[in-house]
Write a protein that binds this ligand. Structure first.
Ligand code: HEM
Length: 144
């Protein structure tokens, strides 16, 4: 992600947060339209889930240029998600659903550049949920 893309994600997230219920609603509606079976994975209250998602996105966006903060948090989130039986294609659909929600709320303000910036951010979030860290291996094997 370029610094410009990070900036775009931060500023557009402020606009999205003003409509956070709608963003989350649209995201899960679109996700369940694409992945009807995924609905059964969500056992808790969906209103609560929507709040949790938006809270997590806010923290991720706020720390988008602070990998030290963001990586352990997202990695933990990824570990939690492993227990839900999620398959890789779910992450693809979730990304499309997120972009769909952003598009629906920002409308004409969702330029190609905004779209690309969010794609890059989502890609980064998901990669970090799956492998931690990208840069250095925390476990160093002894040299022989
Ligand atoms: C960047 C992508 C994602 C983010 C930021 C995210 C965020 C979250 C958060 C914050 C929670 C609450 C965890 C807790 O209670 O401690 C959660 C739960 C959950 N997520 Fe995700 N999630 C993502 C992708 C996905 C995908 C792709 C799926 C599969 C369709 C999924 C399915 C679930 C399920 C089933 C739960 C548990 C809900 C329940 O307890 O009822 N998530 N997610």
């Amino acid at each position: 992600m370029t610094p410009k893309q990070q900036e775009i994600v931060r500023t557009t997230f402020a606009q999205l947060e003003a409509h956070e219920d709608r963003v989350a609603d649209l995201l899960y509606q679109e996700l369940f339209r694409m992945e009807p079976k995924a609905r059964e994975m969500f056992r808790g209250d969906m209103q609560e889930q929507q709040k949790k998602l938006m809270r997590m996105l806010r923290v991720a966006v706020e720390n988008i240029n602070d990998q030290g903060q963001l990586q352990p948090m997202l990695y933990n989130l990824g570990m939690i998600h492993q227990s839900y039986g999620i398959e890789p294609h779910h992450f693809v659909s979730f990304g499309s659903a997120l972009l769909f929600a952003i598009h629906s709320v920002l409308k004409e303000h969702c330029t190609k550049e905004v779209e690309e910036s969010w794609k890059a951010a989502y890609h980064y979030f998901v990669l970090t949920m799956k492998n931690f860290p990208h840069s250095e291996d925390p476990v160093q094997l002894p040299h022989h």
